[in-house]
Design a protein around this ligand. Structure first.
Ligand SMILES: Nc1ncnc2c1ncn2[C@@H]1O[C@H](COP(=O)(O)OP(=O)(O)OP(=O)(O)O)[C@@H](O)[C@H]1O
Ligand SMILES: [Mg+2]
Length: 342
């Protein structure tokens, strides 16, 4: 099965190529903002219950910025993204999309063609083929749209003439992404676009998104439960929990802010002695006459030097773990990640 066509491998999110464009509201002129939302609130009524899905969200997305919206199931991500897309009306707050007021249908009509949307639960018409569906959508756009190119881009060439109902979940997800890309958008909303993609297709989708940024300075708002993905591709993430943004920033900055200690592990001979309590360390047998020491330290470099001086060649298999966005997510939301909850 072909994957999305190849452009180049994505670089890590912290690199300088993207760093410069990505300081959101602070120093940016308003014209560089693709999305500006303030005080967004949304309450659903379910029977006689009220679900306060969004409790006052402020969010800006700059030109060329990749923003990751993270959060546990039910946190309000889809509600938020739909309010930002202008397809769901907030009860309160102000949303500007590409300069248009999301509450004004006429203004929104003028900018719709510059946006691409892949919903979390998009039900594609089952009886149409991907080619027919994309062809229909192409007619909505005044721009010169190439259906074949989109089919190729998302790697569904050999399935393009089969009915959508006969495509796998991941293949349907590719069709949904192709639809979002159809109008050559400057602003892309992708709600869990990679949840059913295999690793090749996921990598290839990132490349497609980077290419769209290179061509159009496209901004991408993406939700995902894959923390590694968010850390890798997003310039900035917001963590939403119970309808509020509880953390926001570049992944690296957030990690630096929340984790000062590093976890270090190494092997020592069983006979070697060290003061576990003083080092805030744990020891476990590791076989072959060795024990594995695990410790947390606020001063990884100094600890390394001290260990080297004390144990020299006796010390082996040493690693210092960098904190991950997944750890931060669990720490802040107190919720195991999706799939681990059961
Ligand atoms: N149409 C609706 N009617 C009533 N309640 C809703 C509706 N849509 C969402 N909700 C509720 O609003 C809250 C936020 O839902 P939302 O779909 O925005 O969460 P999410 O963060 O996208 O979750 P997930 O990670 O599972 O996609 C949840 O409690 C959900 O049950
Ligand atoms: Mg959702």
């Amino acid at each position: 099965m072909p994957v999305f066509s190849k452009h180049r491998l994505p670089r890590d999110a912290g690199d300088s190529r993207r760093g410069a464009a990505l300081d959101p509201a602070q120093s940016r002129p308003l014209t560089d903002l693709r999305v500006a939302a303030t005080g967004v609130r949304k309450t659903y009524k379910s029977g006689d219950r009220e679900i306060r899905a969004l409790k006052g969200i402020d969010l800006h997305v700059a030109k060329g910025e990749f923003l990751g919206v993270l959060g546990p199931n039910g946190a309000g991500k889809t509600t938020l993204i739909e309010c930002l897309e202008g397809i769901r009306s907030p009860d309160d707050g102000d949303v500007r999309i590409l300069g248009a007021d999301a509450a004004d249908a006429r203004e929104m009509k003028a900018v719709r063609g510059r946006m691409g949307i892949a919903l979390q639960h998009s039900t594609l018409p089952p009886r149409l083929t991907a080619r027919e569906l994309l062809g229909l959508q192409a007619r909505l756009y005044a721009s010169d749209v190439r259906v074949d190119r989109m089919i190729d881009l998302v790697g569904i060439g050999d399935k393009a003439d089969q009915r959508i109902e006969h495509l796998s979940g991941g293949q349907q997800q590719r069709v949904a992404v192709a639809m979002a890309l159809m109008g050559d958008p400057e602003l892309l909303f992708l709600d869990e676009p990679t949840s059913q993609l295999d690793p090749h297709a996921r990598l290839a989708l990132w490349e497609v998104l980077y290419a769209q940024r290179d061509r159009r300075e496209a901004s991408v708002i993406i939700t995902t439960h894959q923390m590694e993905e968010a850390q890798r591709i997003c310039d900035r993430v917001v963590i939403v929990d119970q309808g509020r943004i509880i953390a926001e920033g570049r992944p690296k900055d957030l990690l630096r802010q929340h984790f000062t200690a590093r976890r270090m592990t190494f092997l020592l001979p069983m006979a070697a002695t060290l003061d576990l309590r003083a080092l805030n360390a744990r020891s476990a047998p590791a076989g072959n006459g060795l024990k594995r020491i695990t410790l947390r330290t606020e001063r990884p470099s100094a600890t390394l030097v001290e260990l080297g001086q004390t144990f020299g060649d006796q010390l082996s298999d040493l690693s210092v773990e960098e904190p991950t966005l997944e750890e931060l997510f669990v720490k802040l939301t107190g919720t195991p990640l999706e799939g681990e909850a059961a």
